[in-house]
Design a protein around this ligand. Structure first.
Ligand code: PA5
Length: 396
């Protein structure tokens, strides 16, 4: 009755189809020909290049020349939206116990009041044309912040050139979220260049080696029975996935949630331990007619401190196992914080694309975002007025 209700509302997400949809004796996720028809813009091949994109991102950033005055920033603001902002969250979590500088991620038209000339602002927009980011960029220019741009194109590239803002220029033609390597790795390398941290490069290289090994396990050509990302997609199909992170895996949980939204075209949510024990956990007391629509994906760290491990295990036993449709656990790999974060992120990215395939949807297009941006532009052309102001400021 419960799954009938869900299938009635979302017939394309029916659980029954997982078992019955077969092609030439293979399950859909092993039918490469069929998958290529659904994945018309090749999200899989971009995903498979993730480790090499990380290597390229290092190279592109290493050649960046930074003004001497950028050394020793007091505060960091990462400015961006959606797929271009998530690298800022990963950076914030990664840096948490490494540097004595506060980092915030601003997904807004304006920057926080505290920004000043001692603030380093990373302005990140893959397309270079996102109005919130351009507006924040103008704000940072007016406040004489130290600014570094990361973009593949558009006005952000143009404004940065006009004002002489150092820019990491990254390849165009990808979906912004698929360019995460280029939108995240540069932040680490820049911090090392500025002397704020050491060994970032080493940690990245180590993580890339791990990603290459994981790729073999989760790539399209690896059959379902040996492929954890394919198996997980089959498990959670037909449910609304809630991703629960912990401590520094909060950003990875958010990333996974956004990948379910944009790649799988599915509603999703995220939260993190220990905070979720003080609010979200109570929501699971609700009626099963609602709770059984959700599955939970828990992001685990094999080196969890005992107090956290205990908390998560108890939460699973006490309520999640009883009230969620599925409880699924994914364990981080690797020995460094970065490797652990990226290992889960990579599995989550593949998982969300396999889920898209199971739903028969093309993972790349995000029609509603494109439409929304156009509709907004028709009403108020914020970008043109920013453009005018930047032109004036560039003359000074
Ligand atoms: O994944 C996406 O397409 C979006 O989340 C975009 O990243 C977001 O709309 C911002 O655009 P951009 O990344 O080009 O600044």
């Amino acid at each position: 009755m419960l799954s009938y209700t869900y299938e009635f509302i979302y017939p394309q997400y029916s659980l029954k189809r997982t078992k019955t949809r077969r092609h030439g004796g293979d399950v859909l996720l092993d039918n490469i020909q069929q998958i290529k028809k659904i994945d018309s813009q090749n999200m899989f091949s971009v995903l498979e290049k993730f480790p090499e994109h990380c290597e390229d991102a290092i190279k592109r950033t290493e050649s960046l020349i930074l003004p001497e005055r950028f050394r020793g920033p007091e505060k960091i603001v990462v400015l961006g939206m959606g797929g271009s902002a998530i690298g800022g969250d990963l950076f914030r979590n990664w840096l948490y116990d490494k540097a004595e500088i506060p980092v915030i991620v601003s997904r807004e038209y304006i920057l926080p009041k505290f920004v000043d000339k001692e603030t380093l602002v990373f302005a990140i927009s893959y397309s270079g044309n996102t109005e919130e980011t351009l507006s924040g960029f103008l704000y940072a220019v007016k406040k004489s912040c130290m600014i570094i741009s990361i973009t593949s194109n558009g006005r952000l590239q143009d404004f940065s050139r006009q004002l002489g803002v150092p820019t990491v220029e990254i390849p165009s033609g990808m979906a912004p979220r698929a360019a995460i390597s280029y939108l995240f790795i540069p932040l680490l390398i820049i911090f090392e260049k500025l002397g704020v941290i050491s060994n970032a490069r080493e940690e990245i290289i180590d993580a890339i080696e791990l990603l290459k090994r994981i790729r073999e396990e989760i790539r399209l050509s690896t059959p379902t029975e040996e492929n954890i990302a394919k198996k997980s997609a089959m498990e959670i199909k037909g449910t609304v996935p809630l991703v629960y992170g912990q401590r520094y895996l909060e950003s990875v949980a958010k990333r996974m949630k956004c990948q379910f939204n944009e790649n799988s075209k599915s509603l999703s949510g995220y939260d993190f331990f220990p905070e979720l024990n003080h609010n979200e956990t109570v929501g699971w007391e609700g009626p099963e007619i609602f709770t059984k629509m959700f599955s939970v994906i828990l992001l685990r760290d094999p080196d969890e401190p005992p107090e956290l491990k205990n908390r998560i295990d108890i939460t699973i036993k006490l309520i999640l196992e009883k009230k969620a449709k599925k409880v699924h656990q994914l364990t981080a790999r690797g020995s460094t914080k970065l490797a652990k974060m990226l290992s889960l992120l990579y599995i989550g990215d593949f998982l969300s694309v396999y889920l898209a395939i199971l739903y028969g949807v093309d993972p790349t297009p995000v029609k509603i975002i494109t439409r929304l941006k156009k509709e907004l532009e028709k009403k108020i052309d914020i970008v043109s007025s920013i453009e005018k102001e930047i032109r004036e400021l560039a003359k000074k």
